[in-house]
Write a protein that binds this ligand. Structure first.
Ligand SMILES: *Cc1c(COP(=O)(O)O)cnc(C)c1O
Length: 496
């Protein structure tokens, strides 16, 4: 199986090359040349297997240049019990109202990013062994909060690898910030940037594709790669859990083999929902993909009208990991839906860069709308949903998951669609304790982050994840702040 760039189909690379490079030289993203098929019989055969075995099955379909042992080693190292305590890395929690909540936050940093970032370092180690010889890999990350910590934790002390993370100075939750600035490990660097996530992401992409920077790194025996969801190695492991959730719903009797499900995903960079799209393309019976946004609703508008317009106010919300106006992975979907037309895709992306907007054809919009539905909600509605789900179901969810649950509630009322539905739950509520506590008890006035955590625990009895509790009293290691145009300089300073 080979991979093409979305902006130049003549670029054709192996999975190992796609994973080590992260992004194609002309700025395109790597996509599989064809999508492997998954039959109902194969799905059925996965029902009795555990998560590691399900992952091996799916990964090996796409990583045809990896040996079976290599895939096995990656999956086993990533999804072991030491990394994902409990008996399932991605369990399905059934609400009383019949909705299946796919909990993706049982990893070390308590957000769904762990599902991919625990395995990416292993995929990259194997890939680098096949492609880059002895070059040191420098992973450059722009984060809206959760990717940064998950990447730092995944790559810490990985041999022959450095990891540098940029986060928006005022755009992450206190817990997210503390998680990153206290990161341990000899190969890590963290810096805040004055700007928002889009500034960080654009800065990172610019550094990546700058030939002068590339040459300078090469002189030092180094090369860049990416741990953002522009990297195929981030998306691929996310396909697994949608297939796994379907298997678990078969197992618990919610559905019969072949029944369609809907999938609702709280969306930012369009990575997680795109993985569900790929699962559907493989053959997983998914009827609709519902894209849920906060008031940075650029995707809702796009999926409803066909016009993507980032010329709008950027809002800071209580679901900060979705505060994004440039959703990178949409490019992959557009490429597929316009018939793998690289020139058309490159053209839209150029318009996005120069004018901040583009409009797809009526034909492409029709294809999009046959698959996707979309909705958004504001912070007040998000909090109302947290409270409603807690009161009705006794289930505590984080702000991002609440956006998805709220949008799903609205979707069901609007369409009357009662198809069994999976809602992706992307973070543990304690990552956003202040907003969650505020939703349950609006008169709370607790100042210190850990006092909030303890108050939320006292109120709900929901267990505090040990990795978050351990941050209490920890001193930050990384206090630097830079501007978007000094990011490149900061990269070389951090590399030393
Ligand atoms: C990253 C993140 C999202 C958005 O996921 P995308 O793949 O960027 O669409 C949603 N919720 C949480 C908690 C996240 O960390």
């Amino acid at each position: 199986m080979m991979y093409n760039s979305t902006r130049d189909k003549s670029v054709r690379v192996t999975a190992a090359q796609a994973i080590t490079r992260g992004i194609s030289e002309e700025g395109g993203l790597f996509v599989p040349e064809q999508i492997p098929a998954l039959s109902l019989a194969e799905i059925e055969s996965l029902v009795s297997r555990n998560y590691i075995e399900r992952a091996e099955f799916v990964l090996s379909r796409f990583l045809t240049d990896f040996t079976a042992d290599e895939v096995n080693d990656c999956a086993t190292s990533a999804y072991c019990e030491e990394r994902f305590p409990g008996d399932h890395p991605a369990p399905v929690h059934m609400l009383k109202n019949g909705t299946a909540v796919l909990e993706l936050w049982h990893g070390p940093t308590c957000a769904f990013k762990d599902m991919a970032l625990q395995i990416l370092p292993h995929l990259m180690r194997v890939s680098a062994g096949k492609t880059v010889g002895n070059n040191e890999i420098v992973i450059l990350v722009a984060t809206s909060g959760d990717t940064g910590k998950a990447a730092l934790e995944g790559f810490r002390d990985a041999p022959n690898t450095r990891i540098l993370v940029f986060y928006p100075e005022n755009g992450v939750s206190p817990m997210q910030k503390l998680q990153m600035t206290t990161q341990e490990g000899g190969n890590v660097g963290v810096c805040a940037i004055r700007g928002n996530f889009d500034d960080a992401q654009t800065g990172v992409k610019t550094i990546f594709t700058d030939p002068a920077v590339k040459a300078k790194l090469a002189e030092q025996g180094r090369q860049f790669s990416s741990a953002n969801s522009i990297n195929w190695g981030r998306l691929l492991p996310q396909i697994v859990y949608y297939i796994s959730a379907y298997c678990d719903m078969l197992k618990n009797g919610t559905i019969q083999l072949g029944d369609a499900i809907n999938v609702v995903v709280p969306t930012g960079n369009f990575g997680n929902i795109l993985a569900a799209y790929y699962a559907r393309e493989m053959g997983l019976p998914i009827k609709r993909l519902v894209c849920a946004s906060n008031c940075n609703n650029v995707l809702t508008e796009f999926l409803q009208t066909g016009t993507y317009d980032r010329n709008r106010t950027f809002h800071t919300t209580i679901s900060p990991s979705m505060d994004i106006l440039i959703s990178s992975n949409l490019e992959r979907l557009l490429f597929h839906l316009c018939g793998n037309d690289d020139r058309q895709t490159a053209d839209w992306m150029q318009q996005l860069k120069t004018d901040g907007r583009y409009t797809v054809s009526a034909e492409v919009l029709a294809k999009i709308q046959a698959l996707f539905d979309a909705g958004w909600c504001d912070d007040t509605q998000t909090k109302d949903e947290i409270r409603a789900i807690y009161e009705d179901e006794g289930y505590l969810c984080d702000t991002h998951t609440a956006v998805a649950l709220r949008v799903y509630r609205e979707y069901r009322e609007r369409t009357g669609d009662t198809t069994p539905t999976v809602v992706a739950s992307t973070a543990n509520p304690y990552k956003f304790s202040a907003s969650v506590l505020d939703a349950l008890q609006s008169d709370c006035a607790v100042a210190d982050e850990f006092a909030v955590v303890e108050a939320l625990n006292a109120l709900t009895g929901c267990p505090i994840p040990p990795s978050l509790a351990a941050l209490k009293g920890k001193q930050p290691r990384f206090t630097g702040v830079c501007d978007r145009d000094t990011m490149e300089q900061t990269v070389f300073e951090l590399l030393g």
